[in-house]
Design a protein around this ligand. Structure first.
Ligand code: AMP
Ligand code: GLY
Length: 449
């Protein structure tokens, strides 16, 4: 009997293309199916699912899995996880990689995640949750103009430094864009209106979180969790701002490298114990089992590492450098997470550093322009030590690959040092041309703030 396994991969971004490329290296892969054949990269290496993909008609996907003998479903993005695809698609003889809807609340409901962290003393920024814009603004005003201290308290406090405004977050899922880090209280006030009144992020903005502003370098610590065992992956650093020098608006991520020396082993061990293990335990106490990727966005503050956010999936672009470095069989790894046997797999990593540069469309993130023809993909693919992943924002038209949205490509280089990895990535980037291409020139050049 063959021990190959047919895989259904849900999701159509660069993260899923990186996972698909890695799965294709596995001897265990039977057929690979994609829900997003419009992604030119996925279309080349996976068969297209031929039924509508929606949670309302999930029976169609269930039937598809039965018909095609799918043994493993891998769910890439947060939306289907939050909607409960993992719960619905699990069946005898079929594994699903990714947490169920209850566990995915860790990402989909930031207010709930905060409460869970507070209740278990998991280090995170202090925060308050509001359901009413007016009350949120009154709270903000009290932060801007705190009541005057009197007598001894005033003496002790001295002259307080002017406080930077807190961070304003939509509580729900907002495609990585629902966080506003304002420079002034006026901007913070406007952010509350954008989220709660104008509903820029839809229902994600029915509640707003006003969060203590933290300072320090950021690091993405991802772990694979099998219900009880936790495998911490090498740390990555993402660059969330659009422009060089960490300027411009927040994006889904403009580039990432791995490993990220910004976190030392001792601090990583603290994050494992006080954040990752503590969170999986806290969920278990709520009766929720966590399986899949647990991603902690961490800020390394002078008071120690603190959680900025949880994601319930691989990061995009973090997945690209991770997959570039993973030497072990990814299907073995994902299956072990599903079957509670992570402790039996020996995971090997390439010693080299991987650096992924994201190329985005003109106008990203606010209003990406569609239609530019992408040239040079084949030449880039010939570059040694570089690989290109296609993000969702591409379509094939008359044989050309064209831009159809925000993040277009991820170009990942491998090198003995971060500077060699950067060279490999940027060499391949420079071979690729499309009108209005935006990409940062400083990915991995220094730890992003
Ligand atoms: P998030 O999606 O919650 O990780 O937030 C996106 C980005 O906003 C983070 O990568 C940080 O750069 C910034 N950010 C979020 N929360 C805070 C905070 N409490 N203090 C300072 N910056 C923050
Ligand atoms: N790169 C950040 C994220 O995937 O949320």
């Amino acid at each position: 009997m063959s021990d190959t396994i047919n895989v259904l991969l849900i999701g159509g971004g660069g993260r899923e293309h990186a996972l698909a490329l890695k799965m294709r290296e596995s001897k265990r892969l039977g057929e690979l199916w994609t829900t997003h054949p419009e992604n030119a990269g996925l279309a080349r290496i996976a068969k297209a699912v031929d039924v509508p993909v929606s949670i309302r008609e999930i029976y169609r996907l269930q039937q598809f899995c039965e018909r095609n003998n799918i043994g493993l479903v891998v769910i890439g993005p947060e939306d289907p996880l939050a909607e409960g695809y993992a719960d619905k698609l699990a069946a005898p003889g079929r594994l699903v990689f990714g947490p169920g809807a209850e566990a995915a609340r860790l990402e989909a409901d930031k207010a709930w995640a905060k409460q869970l962290m507070k209740a278990s003393s998991i280090p995170t920024a202090d925060a308050r949750v509001f359901t009413d814009a007016r009350v949120a603004k009154d709270y903000l005003a009290s932060r801007e103009h705190p009541p005057a201290l009197e007598g001894k308290a005033q003496k002790l406090a001295g002259k307080a430094a002017a406080e930077l405004p807190p961070v304003i977050k939509a509580a729900g899922l907002a495609k990585g864009k629902g966080v506003i880090v304002p420079s002034t209280f006026k901007e913070a006030n406007e952010a509350i209106d954008r989220i709660m009144v104008a509903r820029e992020f839809g229902d994600a903005g029915s509640r707003v979180i006003i969060e203590e502003r933290l300072e320090g370098p950021e690091v993405s610590v991802l772990a694979i969790v099998d219900g009880h065992n936790i495998l911490v992956l090498p740390p990555c650093q993402d660059h969330k701002r659009l422009l060089d020098g960490d300027k411009g608006p927040n994006t889904g991520g403009m580039g990432a490298y791995c490993p990220a020396p910004v976190i030392d082993d001792a601090t990583l061990a603290i994050v494992e114990r006080d954040v990752l293990v503590a969170t999986v335990d806290a969920l278990r106490r709520e009766g929720i089992e966590y399986k899949g990727v647990l991603y902690a966005g961490i800020m390394l503050t002078p008071a120690g590492p603190k959680v900025l956010e949880f994601n319930c999936r691989f990061g995009d672009p973090e997945c690209q450098p991770l997959m570039a470095r993973l030497k072990s069989d990814v299907i073995d790894l994902l299956c072990a997470a599903c079957t509670g046997t992570l402790d039996t797999v020996d995971v090997q990593w390439d010693e080299r550093t991987a650096c992924c540069v994201v190329m985005a469309a003109r106008g990203y993130p606010d209003a990406p322009k569609k239609g530019a023809v992408i040239e040079g993909l084949e030449e880039a693919a010939r570059h040694e030590n570089a690989r290109v992943t296609i993000a969702g924002a591409t379509r094939t038209k008359d044989g050309d690959t064209v831009v159809s949205g925000g993040r277009v490509l991820g170009v990942t280089g491998l090198g003995a040092t971060i500077s060699e990895a950067r060279q490999a990535a940027y060499g391949a980037c420079d071979a690729i041309k499309f009108e209005g291409a935006q990409f940062r020139r400083d990915i991995g050049s220094k730890p992003a703030r």
